[in-house]
Ligand binder design. Structure first.
Ligand SMILES: [Fe+2]
Length: 261
């Protein structure tokens, strides 16, 4: 088997301007750094960050994240999530924005990144012009493609989350379905690992580097699973494999937490 292109997907850091701040008692900064260290130890070719880098949208938090990523010496690219400030991210990093998709070449694969941030909302939506652009790009590509979007375009079996995932997802799913070179769709947002498929494409979500949400429940419930990341290997023939790696940390969830904004 030839050498694969290795992607480490890390997601949902939820950092604050104050590195000592916590999210539902969870210290998001050290948790992010612990997961990043483990991801880097896997020697990926790309760090793919699928949104919610910050909880408060503060420039200070983005600057700390950027220095941590730059220090790894590994190529990286980022997507905005619902908690992010896309304008600050656009200024600091080359993130996709509204109708503009972002394209990265990964060996003979292409990574197509979509912005699903909706100002002031928790759910996501992809701009119709971005879907048009996606279809135009896919019509010209014969090589394997991976799509990344913060909000998953499918239900994951968690009622409270399924109400805040990607809305009006049908055009994106149609684009995936009608282009067999799309092999993978990766999302964050749901703070848990989930896997399904749509025809020839695998659809995955990844654990957060911060708090975890319990799978398969109707109401907001934290999970005591460790934070983690997803490691994806892309092979030149279009095949791929993927695994979630959990990173044990010494923090514990707040069992009384009933929700978060
Ligand atoms: Fe998140």
């Amino acid at each position: 088997m030839p050498t694969p292109f290795i992607v480490a997907q890390i997601s949902d850091f939820h950092l604050f301007a104050d590195p000592a701040a916590t999210l539902l008692e969870w210290p998001t900064e050290p948790s992010f750094r612990a997961v990043l260290e483990e991801a880097v130890a896997c020697e990926p070719d790309l760090l793919l960050i699928t949104g919610d880098l910050t909880q408060d949208g503060s420039p200070a938090a983005y600057r700390r994240i950027m220095s941590a990523l730059e220090e790894t010496g590994i190529r990286y690219c980022c997507l905005p999530g619902n908690h992010d400030d896309p304008e600050i991210m656009r200024d600091l990093m080359s993130t996709p924005a509204g109708p503009e998709i972002h394209i990265e070449r990964l060996s003979n694969w292409h990574l197509l990144m979509l912005d699903s941030h909706v100002e002031g909302a928790t759910h996501g939506r992809v701009h119709p012009d971005a879907i048009d652009q996606l279809n135009d790009v896919l019509d010209t590509l014969s090589q394997p493609v991976m799509i990344a979007v913060h909000h998953p375009p499918v239900k994951i079996g968690c009622k409270w989350i399924d109400g805040i995932n990607l809305q009006r997802a049908a055009p994106l799913l149609d684009a995936v379905r009608s282009h067999p070179q799309v092999k993978l769709v990766l999302s964050g947002h749901v703070h848990q690992s989930f896997a399904t498929s749509l025809g020839h494409a695998a659809i995955y979500t990844t654990p957060a580097t911060s708090i975890q949400f319990k799978p398969g429940v109707d109401e907001f419930t934290l999970d005591d699973a460790a934070p983690g990341f997803r490691l994806v290997r892309l092979y030149s023939d279009g095949s791929h494999d993927s695994q979630v790696r959990r990173v044990p940390v010494s923090f514990a969830i707040d069992p009384t937490a009933t929700g978060y904004e």
